[in-house]
Design a protein around this ligand. Sequence first.
Ligand code: DC
Length: 226
Amino acid sequence: MRIAVAIDGPAAAGKSTIAKKVALMRNFSYIDTGAMYRAFTWYCLQKGVDCQNEEACVALIPEVNIEFKPGYVVLCNGIDVSKQIRETNVSGNVSYIASYKDIRLALVEQQRKMAAKDSVIMDGRDIGTYVLPEAEVKIFQVASVETRAQRRYLENQEKGIPCTYEEIYADVQKRDYIDSHRDFAPLKPAEDAILLDTSNLSIDEVVIEVNNIIDQKLEELKCQKE
Ligand code: DC
């Protein structure tokens, strides 16, 4: 049975860590929609375009081609930008790019096409509410700002991305605000989403929880079919 799992939630809530693991275990495809907004942001910065200038950024849509390759590789116009898109200059500007409706419409169209192929786990901010409103499983993953900033700080250190904890904390707070206050497809839980607070849970505990939610849904769907 082909199903779609939407995992939404604020910045650095651990969505991608969980989604990757569950996708691997279940042989689902994994689509990191945040990486697409990040790759677009990287391109604007490369071009020297001010990310707060909506018109100038939107004008770049026809020039930007984003693809995923196995191994969580993100290509922007054929260039591997997987590492650059995690750097602080991209993180600090991506919420502006993600607030522009025309850019969202262009990327959402691609996201929906990608999701139509196989069973999929897609993570982002608006997957359950806007990109895949018919997703069989919707999870809204949250954690305190402190927990999220700490997790992202450690992750960046492991990846050798230079930053301070204070910078990350401020960035997470700023992105939460912009992502949840934009007009078009803001960050918010879908009415039928299951809220999952991961502040006091280990990665493995969250993976178990998400797998249980998926199993339960699959069981329900099976019963409905019979
Ligand atoms: O998940 P992330 O931190 O990589 O996402 C980067 C930014 O992209 C985030 O600040 C909000 C935006 N985003 C979005 O608006 N909608 C999505 N579906 C995914 C990400």
